[in-house]
Design a protein around this ligand. Sequence first.
Ligand SMILES: Cc1ncc(COP(=O)(O)O)c(C=O)c1O
Length: 293
Amino acid sequence: MSQDDSTIYLNGSYLPRSQGSLSIDDRGFIFGDGVYEVFRAVDGELFQGRAHVTRLLRGLDALGIQIPGEVEDPGLLAIARSLLARNRHDTGQATIYLQVTRGAAPRTHHFPTPSVPPTILLYTSTFRHPEGLHEKGARCVLHSDRRWSRADIKSVNLLPNVLAKEAARKAGATEALFVRDGMLLEGSSTNLFGVLDGVLRTYPPANYILRGITRDVVLDLAAGHGIPTREEGIPMEELPRVSELFITGTTTDVLPVIQVDETSIGKGRPGPVTRRLQRALQEEMLRTGTPTG
Ligand SMILES: Cc1ncc(COP(=O)(O)O)c(C=O)c1O
């Protein structure tokens, strides 16, 4: 089935993607006033579905957007599963994109009064990793973090992330790593891990990063494998001493990083901790057969 023939969910209806349309007054379009999630599915089942919904509901709460009780929890997971079945993703891998905006209303910066129904959109896509990258490892560039200080909200305002990713692409790299006050924070659409003095480190879940679902799974897996971990950022100047570096995300999994700008990481090839966690995450994902919601 091509993407264009697939079924989407929009504001209570299942319809062909080609028939999905939104108001020009939608505040997602006008202000970027909304949040989103990307889920991963294996053989028709969502990986960490509940964790994604919990993060979404937290974001909606932070923005003061209310969604109807029946579409809340577990309704969103049920809609996602229904779409996977309708679009024949019951075998193989897929992603589900979910976006909720404050809805359509005449343009005022403040919230519409009275409030309007939110816009709720879900669609699915077939998923495949880029060939060879996970074996070989990726190159990254450093990028100054110019985002707002609520990067913990998965808002659709992604302009700094878009510009950073484009800068990476122009440099022939896979990801841009945000730097703030000399600290490595995360990638433009990924979290960042590094091994320094034998300890696996990643930035703590604060307002300057998005707390990735994959990040949390990887931290748990590392602990389960006896790998020492610490939620502490890595200063940019320590990069030459980092023995391994990798990025994580729902569509990235564990991706080794072998070079950042001109700095080669470790031995310039994916290291043993990265490899172990790559395998562990893959196994965890393949166990997804059982519903998580
Ligand atoms: C800025 C940022 N950090 C981290 C992540 C990784 O989060 P997750 O593992 O939940 O996909 C994302 C995912 O889109 C992101 O946009």
